[in-house]
Ligand binder design. Structure first.
Ligand SMILES: Nc1nc2c(ncn2[C@@H]2O[C@H](COP(=O)(O)OP(=O)(O)OP(=O)(O)O)[C@@H](O)[C@H]2O)c(=O)[nH]1
Ligand SMILES: [Mg+2]
Length: 153
């Protein structure tokens, strides 16, 4: 039976930068497009932010991502709000790492993002700050991802 062991799933609030990060990781042209549905590619599962933001969709978020080789829980460093429940990642049997996005932004607040991600159950050493726009932190994130899942680039 087909499985997602060789796929990386991205979950996080609406506008947190999941799709842009995916485009950066796969060296695609970066262009904005709201994710309206689950998108499967060879190496990724991109989910709409509504999946974790709206509690009624959260079981769906877990269902479609739980057999991935790695889950990236994305938090935008510009986001003032959190909608990930405490210890959310303990639901998973697969590895989950935290990614803080938009660190190039002038309103970026790394400490707040670290707080939200550790609240979600991620170990502080498993949190990686990146900017999909400037490329900062992307090489480190790629090498961490390669510890779990093999993908091109
Ligand atoms: N400054 C800055 N902006 C970013 C970065 N990454 C994403 N953005 C911007 O944030 C906005 C939302 O990015 P998306 O990648 O569409 O966010 P998403 O998490 O996929 O959103 P949904 O599909 O709605 O769940 C876009 O306007 C991006 O240009 C970044 O690293 N730095
Ligand atoms: Mg998206």
């Amino acid at each position: 039976m087909a499985n997602n062991r060789n796929r990386i799933a991205l979950i996080g609030r609406i506008g947190s930068g999941k799709t842009t990060l995916l485009q950066r990781l796969t060296a695609e042209l970066i262009h904005y497009g709201k994710t309206q549905q689950i998108n499967y590619t060879d190496h990724f599962i991109d989910t709409p932010g509504e999946f974790v933001e709206l509690p009624c969709f959260r079981p769906q978020a877990i269902n479609v991502t739980c057999d991935s080789g790695l889950i990236l829980l994305i938090n935008s460093s510009t986001d003032h709000q959190n909608s990930i429940p405490p210890n959310f990642v303990c639901t998973y049997n697969s590895p989950v790492i935290g990614v803080i996005t938009k660190i190039d932004h002038k309103h970026s607040d790394l400490k707040r993002s670290q707080r939200y991600l550790t609240y979600a159950g991620i170990h502080p050493e498993q949190i990686f700050p990146v900017s999909a726009l400037s490329g900062e932190g992307i090489d480190t994130l790629k090498s961490v991802i390669h510890n779990y899942v093999l993908f091109d680039n």
